[in-house]
Design a protein around this ligand. Structure first.
Ligand SMILES: C[S@@+](CC[C@H](N)C(=O)[O-])C[C@H]1O[C@@H](n2cnc3c(N)ncnc32)[C@H](O)[C@@H]1O
Length: 291
């Protein structure tokens, strides 16, 4: 019987990463965490896993994110795949936040690296990370406690979080959309729109769609099941479709991009803001006449 051939990830990247990863340290970390209790505590039995999530192997890890292995190896691998440096790339999102938010939500927070950075940058804010994987949340919680950073983590689906509407000044997602089918990304953006306060800011940091389209080999070696669909899409267009304004995307070095947008203010507040700034109110600006 023919044995299934190894994936490109298994053939090339896994051996490289296995040299870069300190296996003894990972075993010590694994043994220092009570996974069974942690997973039971985080698991919300009401959460229904979407099909794309249960049936896909992300990063070549079997069972995707619903495994201890994924939660343990995620950080050691991720540090090598965000050129020119993981912290620099993540900081591009944190630094783009305007004003001083009171509540921040990090969708698909994984092991909570960006979630922690958000809390450090805005110590007065309530910061919450939400993820579908209880194992990733156990790891995130372990890291946050060890670093004495006060953030909360919640098991949930970013497509329908069950959180109250207009509860957050900032909603963000880091490295989430290249792992979801575009239809899921659009549903998550609609949910983010609902969760934001009027005038609130949305930030999406992910793979650079233009670069990925131009370098198909990257999509091949990383074997993310939806990365090609993601790269053919356009986050700006998805944001516009969800109702956001002031939409723009910037390159973050070569491999990543940061998309930013705002939830519009109701017209009455926009008119007041225009008056305060001595500009014509939006509803007073004449519509262009047909030529
Ligand atoms: C590549 S990881 C990114 C983790 C983290 N944001 C980071 O920047 O390192 C993608 C994460 O999204 C989570 N995820 C995927 N689909 C999700 C969904 N519909 N709702 C919530 N989390 C989801 C996965 O469990 C995983 O932890």
């Amino acid at each position: 019987m023919a044995t299934p051939s190894k994936t490109l990830f298994e053939q090339f990247l896994a051996p490289i990463f296995s040299h870069l990863i300190d296996r003894d340290a990972l075993v010590r970390l694994r043994d220092s965490i009570d996974w069974e209790t942690g997973v039971a505590e985080f698991t919300n039995p009401q959460v229904i896993y979407p099909n794309y999530y249960k049936t896909s192997n992300f990063h070549g890890v079997k069972n995707g994110y619903l495994s201890t292995d994924a939660a343990l190896t995620y950080d050691p691998i991720t540090q090598y795949v965000l050129p020119p440096g993981e912290t620099w790339v993540r900081e591009s999102l944190v630094k783009a936040i305007q004003g001083v938010p009171r509540r921040i939500l990090d969708l698909g927070c994984g092991t909570g690296t960006t979630t922690q950075m958000l809390k450090r940058r805005f110590p007065g804010a309530e910061v919450m990370g939400l993820d579908l994987s209880p194992q990733m949340l156990v790891m995130a919680d372990h890291k946050a406690r060890a670093a004495a950073v006060e953030v909360t983590f919640r098991h949930g689906n970013a497509m329908a979080t069950g959180l109250p509407a207009a509860a957050f000044d900032v909603v963000c997602a880091t490295l989430l959309f290249h792992e979801t089918p575009p239809a899921v990304a659009k549903t998550i953006l609609a949910e983010a729109f609902r969760l934001l306060t009027p005038g609130g800011q949305l930030l999406v940091l992910d793979g650079n769609q233009r670069t990925l389209r131009a370098t198909d080999w990257l999509s091949t070696i990383f074997e993310e099941p939806f990365i090609r669909d993601y790269s053919q899409g356009n986050v700006d267009a998805w944001l516009g479709y969800a109702g956001f304004e002031a939409v723009r995307t910037e390159d973050v070095f070569w491999l990543n991009q940061l998309s930013m947008a705002r939830k519009p203010l109701p017209l009455v507040e926009r008119n007041a803001a225009a008056e305060a700034e001595d500009r014509p109110a939006p509803d007073q600006i004449p519509l262009p006449q047909p030529a």
